[in-house]
Ligand binder design. Sequence first.
Ligand SMILES: [Zn+2]
Length: 164
Amino acid sequence: MKNYIFCPLCRTHLKKSVIDGKERGYCPKCGFVNYKNPLPSAGAVAVKNGKVLLIKRGREPGKGLWALPSGFIESGETPEDACSRELKEETGMDGIINRLIGVYREGTEVYGDVIVVMYFVEIIGGELKAGDDAEEAKFFNKEKLPNLHFNCFNKAVVEVLHEN
Ligand SMILES: [Zn+2]
């Protein structure tokens, strides 16, 4: 995970101190504290006719590996908004959110901890087309799913498949 050496606000060299019970970098000039909070993201177990929609990731982490459509939540978006937007951007498909599957923590090298809000989505339309972030988008038989890049994706799929 990236670590600040200089203050991102005023470029002063950060110092270290225990703040809110943990050692953190802080700026002695402007008071910036380098809190390392997990990043919120949302993803979809998107299903059509019993098949699960996967993407082959086009960027790190996990470039070239199969995963569920997902991405970071933008400011102003609800987790549901982000889920639907990422589904559309990465696969070209439209879906309606059926329900929340669960909320997971995933540790990544690039971004540190990521919180992933996973939804069960029913595909209702669209045209299958991999977006900029994906090399490929494809429906898989749920009996023949490849291993997915993030553990939380595998867990979410198992949760859904147990019920359907
Ligand atoms: Zn500063």
